[in-house]
Design a protein around this ligand. Structure first.
Ligand code: ACO
Length: 317
């Protein structure tokens, strides 16, 4: 991955917001209709309950509005909207267009689909827009996986859910928050995790698990090396929230203690593009990050894609 050229205009995150589906579905709820149990789901995935409901645009508007309020900005201040989603509400137009209008933004808007790596892809793209002269970019990660989940299939129904997380990225003339980044994809692995148009998610869980740990660790190590940091320097890892065993195996291989990982999957399930911003917001709201801390974002997903970024919270200057 190319390193960030010296002198490039950087950015910092100045606001964040989240939204979850309204309806809570517990493991016990699922075990009433599927051949599964709370014990199995908790032990194999770490998920205790998940939230479903809402549209991709609706959840995005809720998280985006909160992020704008926290940053103290008006809709007219935003120069671009980048929405990461793998579950757009319609094929055409892009869901970001619906969100742009509902939020009252007057700017360009586009969707990014890189499955569960999508938020990191979108964040990197937003930094690119700022490097090219924009001042404020709203980045949202949202998925409504409940709509593409076969609720009679215990292999997938216990995992997927709906949610959204948003951040406001503002240009900073001196110093930047993003120290290094990596994006990757291996289209030859698409058969292990896919959803045809109008269909349901299909997943080879074991193969996805095996590849997930490897590609997350590879991507994270590339970003950490480019940022000039080691595992000891990472104060917080914000991984894609697929399975606590994947997170723990990845942390172990990276040499970062599991206590430094942000997790929301226990109450939010796997929300794909939303999972990293939801976990980041949860950690920030709990005061787990202070200025100067190094934060590692790392995702993997269908494609199969992987992406990571090392942030220095508050920027370098
Ligand atoms: N409840 C009870 N038993 C179950 C369930 C369930 N929900 N699902 C499977 N089982 C059974 C299986 O049938 C199998 O039974 P058998 O031994 O009699 O054959 C047994 O439990 C073990 O099944 P495995 O598939 O080996 O279970 P595993 O430990 O691999 O866990 C899981 C399955 C949780 C799906 C895991 O493989 C995983 O998390 N994989 C990665 C999934 C993932 O990350 N997906 C999202 C990617 S991100 C994106 O792009 C959306």
């Amino acid at each position: 991955m190319p390193s960030i050229p010296a002198g490039v205009r950087g950015a910092i995150i100045t606001g964040w917001g989240t939204a979850l589906g309204e309806k809570v579905i517990t493991n016990d709820d699922l075990s009433k209709v599927l051949d599964t149990s709370d014990e199995w789901i908790v032990e194999r995935t770490g998920i205790r309950e998940r939230r479903v409901g809402g549209t991709t645009a609706g959840l995005s508007v809720e998280s985006g509005r909160k992020a704008l309020a926290m940053a103290g900005l008006e809709p007219g201040d935003i120069d671009a909207l980048v929405l990461a989603t793998t579950t757009p509400d319609r094929t055409v137009p892009a869901t970001s267009a619906t969100v742009q209008n509902a939020l009252g933004l007057r700017c360009g808007a586009f969707d990014v689909n890189a499955a569960c790596s999508g938020f990191v892809y979108a964040l990197v793209a937003a930094h690119g827009l700022i490097a090219l002269g924009m001042n404020r970019v709203l980045v949202i990660g949202t998925d409504t996986l409940a709509r593409i989940t076969d609720w009679d299939d215990r292999n997938t129904a216990v995992l997927f859910a709906d949610g959204s997380g948003a951040v406001v990225l503002e240009a900073q003339e001196a110093g930047t928050q993003l120290l290094a980044w990596d994006i990757d994809a291996d289209g030859s692995a698409e058969k292990y995790l896919y959803c045809d148009i109008g269909g349901y998610m299909h997943m080879d869980g074991k193969e996805v698990f095996r590849r997930a740990v490897r590609i997350m660790v590879d991507s994270a190590q590339k970003s950490m090396k480019a940022a000039g940091v080691t595992a000891d320097d990472i104060a917080l890892v914000v991984p894609h929230q697929a399975n606590v065993r994947i997170i723990s195996a990845a942390c172990e291989r990276l040499g970062v203690p599991m206590e430094r990982a942000a997790t929301v999957l226990q109450y939010a399930g796997n929300t794909s593009s939303a999972s990293i911003p939801l976990a980041l917001a949860d950690a920030l709201n709990h005061g787990r990050v202070k200025p100067g801390d190094h934060v590692l974002l790392v995702g993997f997903g269908a494609g199969m894609t992987a992406a990571s970024a090392v942030l220095r919270w508050g920027g370098t200057a």
